[in-house]
Design a protein around this ligand. Structure first.
Ligand code: JDE
Length: 233
């Protein structure tokens, strides 16, 4: 998979080249490239923002650098649909990012992430991007960040670990929270008594059927208490 990230703070993404995703990159499974939006400016001050038409607080990201960046990274408009990228902009006004979103995006050949800053990006950038590929505005949740960078790091990690070969043991992917729509069951390790706190005795019983049933019950109970919205879905 190819992933391009466009940001005015490219060094934010240094951490993504470490650990799990770092290995995927050195083995060639993932080609992750981070770009500085200012590389597509042509003025002395490398300007990426300007005042909003119609007035209002803050600054808006100018369309020209985004247009040039997307032209270069997406290839030709009207290319074979399979060769077209999915272009993702983190936005508090977007659709909510879920594990199902990560699964869907992990199937794509080419993702481009655009990190907005200031009060947003000129709306025409999204229209233009839609001529190059599928455009998705995606929100991590109902809160506001200063820019898209932290949201993109979270999405790249969630998507990247689902690419075949990135996580060593595929079983460790399915057992985790959200893959089956429930929260995880509690985990314990040695010692069996720590500061007078015992591990639930059933986990020491060796009765694998009873353990599986207990874990399922714990999952349902936790989900009901902490995330009842998941049971409705
Ligand atoms: C992501 N949940 C919250 C994005 C933006 C078009 C495109 C992007 C401060 O204003 C912002 C912040 C962000 C960063 O993303 C989030 C976020 N998931 O805050 C935009 C606006 N218009 C604007």
């Amino acid at each position: 998979m190819r992933i391009d990230v466009v940001s005015i703070f490219p060094s934010y993404f240094d951490g993504l080249t470490l650990s799990l995703l770092g290995r995927a990159q050195s083995t060639g499974i993932l080609d992750l490239q981070v770009h500085d939006l200012r590389d597509w400016t042509h003025d002395r001050h490398r300007t990426v923002d300007d005042t909003p038409y119609g007035g209002g607080a803050g600054m808006v990201m100018k369309p020209e650098p985004w247009g040039l960046a997307l032209d270069q990274l997406a290839g030709l408009p009207g290319a074979e649909p399979a060769a077209r990228p999915t272009v993702i902009f983190p936005s508090p006004a977007g659709e909510v990012f879920r594990q199902s979103t990560a699964r869907e995006l992990a199937e794509r050949e080419h993702l481009i992430f655009g990190c907005g800053r200031y009060e947003g990006i000129d709306e025409r950038v999204f229209e233009e991007a839609a001529t190059l590929g599928e455009v998705r505005l995606i929100s991590l949740g109902d809160y506001v960040l200063n820019g898209g960078e932290v949201a993109v790091m979270a999405m790249v990690e969630a998507i990247g670990r689902l690419i075949p070969g990135v996580v060593g043991n595929p079983e460790s992917l399915v057992e985790e929270s959200h893959e089956d729509g429930l929260l995880e069951y509690p985990s314990y390790t040695k010692p069996s008594i720590w500061r007078d706190r015992e591990v639930p005795p059933i986990l020491l019983s060796g009765n694998h059927g009873a353990i599986a049933a207990w874990r399922r019950e714990q999952q349902l109970e936790r989900t009901r208490r902490r995330r009842p919205d998941l049971l409705d879905r």
